[in-house]
Design a protein around this ligand. Structure first.
Ligand SMILES: NC(=O)c1ccc[n+]([C@@H]2O[C@H](COP(=O)([O-])OP(=O)(O)OC[C@H]3O[C@@H](n4cnc5c(N)ncnc54)[C@H](OP(=O)(O)O)[C@@H]3O)[C@@H](O)[C@H]2O)c1
Length: 294
């Protein structure tokens, strides 16, 4: 059996559906049975509990050939990295106690960098915690920022008529559709073709500026004048606070945007056939438009 954590989420949900469609036996983990009902209907075993509970998770991982694991973001945390490390510590302990030998760990592009990357520092800590486990083969998936993050700005486009973030309009960086991350993870979980500690960066179809993204989405929405506006850091921070983020997560996400603006994520990376994935921003814009007009 393959265990999938975060199965009601964007990536984990896709991983579970891909594995089930491929005929794998799947056990999904989430905090609420209700929201896992669709996957149960597709044939998944369901276990309900918290990833921060190492004893529960070790039981959930029992007898598994492989597991998809992640440290989910907790935007409500007073201390984001502390919360990430508490969850990550429980996950690492559960992996050790369960004896599962193959783990695909959802990390993020930039998790190799030692500082100035906000929430990615917690993912870096988690990569290191898992690497310290003996006898466990761990593949750290490091996808680029998700195109789906753009969906969060939909209300803003409706109200204000433009896209906005702390990102500079002229810096090119990789962006990926979640479905490509999920497909890669599912393939590797089935193949279990990794040993020791390894990393797979996933860079999406091509690098983009947020200016280009606004143009593509604007065309698809029938709003050819749609533009991206770069907010000064203090306004971006206040915007996240208004959206309900606590001060520490808001400051850390702002720091991550600044790292993207400085091109830090791409340092030392070369685009190759292996790290390039199929879904283009034009295809994603179709999904965006369906939600926007739906
Ligand atoms: N967004 C990006 O641009 C980006 C880019 C690269 C990498 N990433 C990585 O992707 C991760 C997020 O993945 P995603 O977008 O799939 O997340 P998501 O859609 O927010 O889903 C999070 C999942 O985690 C579960 N969860 C949260 N807290 C939990 C807990 N304490 N115990 C058990 N389950 C818990 C949630 O399930 P329930 O609420 O149903 O329990 C949900 O299924 C980030 O942590 C980051 O590492 C994100």
């Amino acid at each position: 059996v393959i265990v999938v954590a975060g199965a009601t989420g964007q990536v984990g949900g896709g991983v579970a559906r891909n594995l089930l469609a491929g005929g794998e036996e799947v056990r999904v983990v989430g905090r609420h049975r209700e929201t896992l009902r669709d996957l149960a209907g597709r044939g998944a075993q369901v276990v309900v509990g918290d990833l921060g509970d190492a004893v529960f998770l070790a039981g959930a991982l029992g007898g598994a050939a492989a597991a998809f694991l992640l440290v989910p973001p907790d935007f409500d945390a007073d201390d984001l990295r502390g919360r990430q490390n508490a969850l990550g510590g429980a996950i690492a302990q559960a992996v050790r106690e369960s004896g599962v030998t193959h783990v695909v760990n959802l990390s993020c592009l930039g998790a190799h960098l030692p500082d100035r990357t906000g929430p990615l520092l917690g993912l870096r800590d988690q990569e290191q915690q898992l690497d310290a486990l003996e006898g466990v083969n761990v593949l750290h998936l490091r996808p680029a920022p998700f195109m789906e993050n753009l969906l969060l700005g939909m209300g803003f486009i409706r109200r204000m008529g433009f896209m906005g973030s702390a990102l500079r309009g002229d810096v090119r960086f990789a962006m990926i559709a979640v479905r490509d991350v999920a497909a890669h993870a599912a393939r590797r979980l089935s193949a279990r073709d990794f040993t020791g500690s390894s990393v797979a960066e996933l860079l999406g179809q091509r690098d983009l500026t947020v200016g280009e993204v606004a143009e593509v989405i604007g065309r698809r929405l029938g709003k050819p004048c749609l533009r991206h506006v770069t907010f000064p850091p203090d306004e971006a921070y206040q915007g996240m606070r208004v959206m309900g983020l606590k001060p520490d997560p808001a400051a850390r996400f702002l720091e991550m945007s600044q790292a993207l603006n400085q091109g830090l994520f791409a340092v030392g990376l070369t685009r190759t056939l292996e790290n390039t994935t199929p879904t283009s921003i034009e295809e994603f814009a179709g999904e965006f438009a369906r939600v926007f007009w739906g």
